[in-house]
Design a protein around this ligand. Structure first.
Ligand SMILES: [Zn+2]
Length: 311
């Protein structure tokens, strides 16, 4: 090895050392700059996402509010926990409100703009954690104030059940609007199997299993239908609105149910002429079309035990 060769490595060792010393200061600066940039990017992305979520919430609630206002009904959302009389409510999150608003608007639009005002609802309130007398509920209708409370929890836990329960409640409201007493209805009672006796009312039957369809029952759809003729009527109507094909099958083997469906159709046509024959035949397709347009998944018909009771 020549002298010049030995010198070269020693130079090359010193150069990187100088280089590290020179580059050391900028690398700390670069790391700080990178961290600051990352924080700024994160905050920008976060605020953008938050803004998008707020806009989506405002849009979904705005569309629902416009539909309700046209029917003479206001819309509000719980902003803090309230214990009021028999019930307590809590605020729902933006995500819960969007999902519930999209679902609710779709279901209410099925009734049409001429029919919706006939329910006479003055106020709809969206909340979470709805409890009535200490019991968790999905819905509560305050008839005296014409107000319907809807917990977003019921939509999250089981959307099919929530859909059925919504139309169930609207059936009760329609019955009131048509001037029939809650339990006085000889015409309906006459459709029943001879000897059939109702219970003392739905408020005494809080067993969630009683809401499951039971094909072994004759003349009624569920055990809950036996609670009173009001619940029986509401169960038939809610099934017409949500499970028309299933109901058709039940009617093929159950003449009593067939008579109840015919009576329900006639009464709803009296309530609103829009409930024509074509109305019942197009519910499924109209719901699917509206949900597809909003990007909502199809309603799942799998058997699922409801976690929250209705009225
Ligand atoms: Zn009911």
């Amino acid at each position: 090895m020549q002298r010049g060769d030995r010198d070269r490595p020693s130079k090359s060792v010193r150069r990187p050392r100088r280089g590290r010393a020179i580059l050391g200061r900028p690398s700390v600066f670069s790391a700080s700059l990178a961290a600051a940039t990352a924080v700024i990017v994160f905050l920008a992305v976060f605020s953008h996402a938050a803004r998008q979520e707020a806009e989506a919430t405002a849009r979904a609630l705005g569309d629902l509010r416009a539909l309700l206002n046209a029917a003479g009904c206001s819309l509000d959302c719980a902003t803090h926990e309230i214990a009021y009389g028999l019930y307590t409510i809590k605020p729902a999150t933006d995500e819960q409100l969007v999902r519930t608003a999209l679902w609710l608007r779709t279901e209410l639009r099925l009734y049409g703009v001429d029919c919706l005002p006939r329910f006479g609802l003055r106020q709809m309130s969206l909340c979470s954690g709805l409890e009535v007398e200490g019991e968790q509920r999905g819905f509560h209708v305050a008839y005296e104030s014409e107000r319907m409370l809807i917990s977003t929890d019921v939509v999250e836990s089981n959307e099919l059940f929530a859909t059925r329960a919504l139309h169930h409640e609207l059936s009760h409201i329609m019955e009131g609007r048509m001037g029939r007493g809650r339990y006085e209805d000889p015409e309906w009672n006459a459709t029943n199997v001879h000897g059939m006796e109702y219970g003392e009312g739905g408020h005494l039957d809080r067993d969630p299993w009683h809401s499951i369809y039971d094909i072994r029952l004759r003349g009624v759809l569920t055990e809950y239908s036996r609670a009173s003729n009001a619940e029986d009527k509401a169960e038939v109507f809610a099934t017409m609105m949500t499970r028309p094909l299933y109901l058709k099958l039940r009617c093929m083997i159950d003449g009593v149910l067939r008579d109840k469906v015919a009576l329900t159709e006639r009464r709803w046509r009296e309530f609103c002429p829009e409930f024509s024959e074509s109305f019942w035949g197009t519910i499924h397709d109209r719901r699917v079309q509206m949900r597809d347009e909003l990007g909502l998944p199809r309603l799942s018909h799998k058997l699922e035990l409801p976690r929250l009771s209705r009225e």
